[in-house]
Design a protein around this ligand. Sequence first.
Ligand SMILES: Nc1ncnc2c1ncn2[C@@H]1O[C@H](COP(=O)(O)OP(=O)(O)OP(=O)(O)O)[C@@H](O)[C@H]1O
Length: 628
Amino acid sequence: MPVSYNGATGTQKARRTSLSQAQKSAVLHGKGPCLVLAGPGSGKTMTIVNRIKYLIEELHVRPEEILVITFTKYAATEMKLRLQSSMEGKKLPVTMGTFHGIYYGILKWAYRFGPENILSEEEKYKLVRQIVNHQDELEIMDEEDFLKDVITEIGVVKNNRNQIDTYESKRCRPDIFRNIYQEYERERKQLRKIDFDDMLVLCYQLFTSRPDLLKLWQEKFQYILIDEFQDINQVQYDVIKMLAAPQNNLFAVGDDDQSIYGFRGADAKLMFQFQKDYPEAKQILLDINYRSTANIVKNALKVIEHNEVRFDKAIKTKKKAGKSLHVQEVRDSEEESRYIAEEIASRIAEGVLAEQIAVLYRVHTDARALVEKLIDSKIPFQMKEHMPNLYQHFIAKDIQAYFRIALGKLTRADFLQIMNRPKRYISRDSVSGKEKSLYDDVRKFYKDKAWMIDRIDQMEWDIKMLGKMAPYAAIQYLRKRIGYDEFLREYATQHQMQKSDLFDVLSEIEEAAKPYETLQEWFTHIEEYSIALKMKEQKSGENRRGIHLMTMHASKGLEFDTVYLIHTNEGCIPYKRALEENGLEEERRLFYVAMTRAKEVLKISYVKNKNGKEISPSRFVEELFEGV
Ligand SMILES: Nc1ncnc2c1ncn2[C@@H]1O[C@H](COP(=O)(O)OP(=O)(O)OP(=O)(O)O)[C@@H](O)[C@H]1O
């Protein structure tokens, strides 16, 4: 579902535009299954809206008999508005919603479910957190991260209808995941609640066990239209097939190249399955891109054509060649953020609205330096996602505790936090509550152990040294002289974590500290940054204005005049963790989605050096230059 930020949601435009031959053929499809394969910017939404209108006005289908399924609630609302507008403002009782919304409606009707039976996302987190905390053999570093992944995995098991007994978790030991899953299911059932994914599973079970009820729903929905079909998962597909039978008036619109939710169970292969299940299906290709300049489309195709599992589509363009694609090499994150800030300023000076500019990145950490730069330079920006604060990571908290003590603000809490990072074998019992005499009290506690007294003297001396240094030098001293690197290596081994993940965070904090001359300045910056970041989450007033910053995932379905893709490096995009889990092709599709959000200008940048290490440009950037 496209959204224009220049005020036109597409509705007025759609009225003015005439349909292409392929769009017409899709709109005018009669009965039976139809698969509409569509490229980016090819007017999928407009086609669906026009088809609904055609069904009602020309084929005299009753609006109540039409079901339209969209990927998000937002898309459903947008579609309703477009339909209303194309019907001269008339509101029609066409059923529009997400898979979850529709299937929940069916369950509500069958089982008299009410809101009290729904396990909210918050309750789900709370429940899984409790269960995770009871797993004695489980060691995790970042609880939030772990919970998010485990909850996603519980969803994947349900959506794919996997057998839990044989399921191999990607996040923790299979037996531990099995325990968590089974305990979660037990507790949920005891509470007499269903979660979001259960809505799909229960609907499947309902229709399999009650053919009489299934028949009623089959009769109700004579025509089914599905948008973003590439994002469908197994259980959604199984239910929709049952619901569409026996007439199979199933109209599916999707772009397999834009399937980017494999990690959540979406399976673009189901588009191929559709062809097998309905060999009689009409197939239509919407092959004209109306959104982007010919250069943008040509370059995006150069990348996506490297994928092997895809429908081959020759996409044509309507717009002129436009500006050539610009790829910028920059030294590091700092230089990249300066480059982007200057670019934005000149694009705005050329008359482009700030809201028509987007900066896209693979993961939030890729944008950390840019966010700091925009905050410092007071350039308005908006983010629709929550961006984790680097300075709340436990490593950053350790460094801050060291630095606070170095600045003479010794507290028991800070002392306890860092006294054994690195390992000094200081016991908690030795740490008194009296801050003024804290070091002396610890020494007193170990008065018979000379080696411990030496250790504490060394610690006190080292921390005093930190107080005299600039933050960057102080972090280096902490790592190499005080032994924090050693602590982190041991920590990673103990918690069965990738050492490189922890060292990436540490290096990032170190690099970000470079511009500051004193520890106090660094603390002030962290405070301002953290407040500004928090404010961005309040989605009102100032925080809804300015350029858009978002992950490539969040950019799906949107379009902007100017798009910057930053940190297009190996390891960032394709993202190294996702590469192992979802494979290269899904990462390439994500890059393709990001590229095709741009209407007029697309600029791509990559860094040469990240956190003190040389890194290469993304293989996708290299694919752009093949044969040049
Ligand atoms: N026949 C047409 N003539 C002119 N413009 C069109 C036509 N069809 C669609 N458009 C315009 O092209 C742009 C892209 O269409 P739209 O965003 O609906 O494509 P989409 O297929 O949903 O894109 P994506 O999958 O990339 O999100 C919109 O601004 C839309 O108004």
